[in-house]
Write a protein that binds this ligand. Structure first.
Ligand code: TYD
Length: 204
C-alpha cells in the first residue's frame, strides 16, 4: 500500500505524518516513511539545489526537471522495492505536488506534466492521497511563527500559493476514489483523529 500526504506549505503535514506513523507502528504495521524532495542520498543532494535561496534565478522548467529527477531516484531506489515487498509506504509529498505547484502554481500544462510524471514514476501512483487543506495565508503564517526553515518555495507570492491550494482541491475532486480532503485549519488532535479514521477504513 502506497499512501501520500499533500498540502500547501505550513499545513502541518510533517507533524501529522509523524503521529500517523507512530500510531500505525503501534498497531503493528511496518511503515516505510519518506519525503519529497529527498528521501535518498542522491535525491537529498538535488533537494539542496532546488531549495537554496542562492538559486533565486532558477527557471520553472529547471525546477520541474529537478523535482522529477529527485523523484525518479526515490521511486527506483526506495518506493517501488518497498511496495513490491508488501510494505506500507508513506510519503510526505509526491508527484501530485508537481501538478499542484508547477502545474497550477506556475501554469504549466497539466497534460504535459502528467506524461512527464508517468515517465518519472514508471506509472507508480499512490493508492491513497490525503490532502491537508488550509488557506495559504494561514499556512505561511504558521510557517513563519513556528520559525521553520524558510525556503525558496515559501518565498513565492501569496497568489502562487492560492493557485496551489485551488489546484489541489481540483485534483482531489477529479479523482475522489484516491483523494481524501481533510480540513487542516483546526486543532491538531482533530486532524489526527480524522486521518486515523480514514486510514482505519482503508486498511480494514
Ligand atoms: P519542504 O520544506 O519539504 O516543505 P513542506 O513541509 O511544505 O513539504 O519544501 C518542499 C517545497 O517544495 C514545498 O514548497 C512544495 C515544493 N514542491 C514543489 O513545488 N513541487 C514538487 O514536486 C514537490 C515535491 C515539492
Amino acid at each position: 500500500m502506497f499512501i501520500t500526504f499533500e498540502g500547501p506549505d505550513g499545513s502541518g503535514k510533517s507533524t501529522q505524518i509523524k503521529k500517523t506513523v507512530q500510531q500505525l507502528t503501534d498497531a503493528g504495521w511496518e511503515v516505510v516513511l519518506t519525503r519529497e524532495p529527498g528521501g535518498t542520498e542522491i535525491s537529498d543532494q538535488i533537494r539542496e539545489v532546488i531549495m537554496s535561496m542562492k538559486n533565486k534565478q532558477m527557471s520553472p522548467r529547471t525546477e520541474i526537471l529537478l523535482f522529477c529527477s529527485a523523484r525518479a531516484q526515490l521511486v527506483d531506489e526506495l518506493i517501488r522495492p518497498a511496495v513490491a515487498a508488501g510494505q506500507m509506504v508513506i510519503s510526505d509529498r509526491y508527484a501530485d505536488s508537481t501538478l499542484a505547484y508547477q502545474g497550477f502554481g506556475h501554469g504549466f500544462d497539466q497534460r504535459v506534466l502528467k506524461d512527464l510524471l508517468d515517465f518519472t514514476t514508471g506509472n507508480l501512483w499512490p493508492d491513497l492521497t490525503l490532502l491537508l487543506d488550509i488557506p495559504p495565508e494561514k499556512g505561511l503564517q504558521r510557517r513563519l511563527s513556528n520559525k521553520l526553515e524558510w525556503n525558496r518555495m515559501d518565498d513565492y507570492q501569496l497568489a502562487f500559493h492560492q493557485r496551489v491550494r485551488e489546484g489541489y482541491l481540483s485534483l482531489a475532486k477529479a479523482s475522489p476514489e484516491r483523494w481524501q480532503v481533510i480540513n487542516a485549519d483546526q486543532e491538531a488532535d482533530k486532524i489526527q483523529a480524522e486521518i486515523m479514521r480514514i486510514l482505519q477504513d482503508r486498511l480494514k
